[in-house]
Design a protein around this ligand. Sequence first.
Ligand code: ADP
Length: 195
Amino acid sequence: MDLILFGPPGAGKGTQAKVLQDERGLIQLSTGDMLRAAVAQGTELGKKSKAIMDRGDLVPDDLVIGIIAERLDKPDTARGVIFDGFPRTVAQAKALDTMLAGRGRKIDAVIELKVDDEAMVGRMESRVRENPGSVRADDNPETLRKRLGVYRQNTAPLLDFYRGQGKLVTVDGMAPIAEVSAAIKRIIGGLGKAS
Ligand code: ADP
């Protein structure tokens, strides 16, 4: 089973991806985590990405598509993947469809965590307050607003793309973490039963 967790920065995609990874044995693929690892390791990809990420812009499509393609060739991803933070543009979504089709797979569902943008800024501010030691370079109110703007402009149009494919399901991302997990569980349980 291959799923996409979808939503603006701070919506809780990573939290829910980890729950699915632990409960269902799916592999979480977070392009944000992969890019941060590349920056930390000082690889060529990291050098190209660091400044772009720090200012809250999108890393070029060919680079992120490349890291996903490479990752999908590793055997541990064969049982299924939860994409977290990818795709973020229509070009990435089309490339993902092609990559999966080439491996005899497809996206089974796109789970949108629907949240209130302003609440996201508040959530991030308390995250920074509570974990001052582990703050990301792009976790400050100014860059978060930039990332929200990029989300609205480049990434939100994907909702229509996946609605058109009949794959979009929406859950209330403002609910407590356990309730969001339960809603996602119900969705996954229902996959393949209808249609
Ligand atoms: P968040 O969901 O909190 O915005 P991520 O960890 O998903 O954070 O991403 C952090 C940054 O990494 C993004 O602002 C962007 O610069 C880069 N990035 C991550 N995924 C992608 C992607 N699919 N396409 C382009 N850039 C990406």
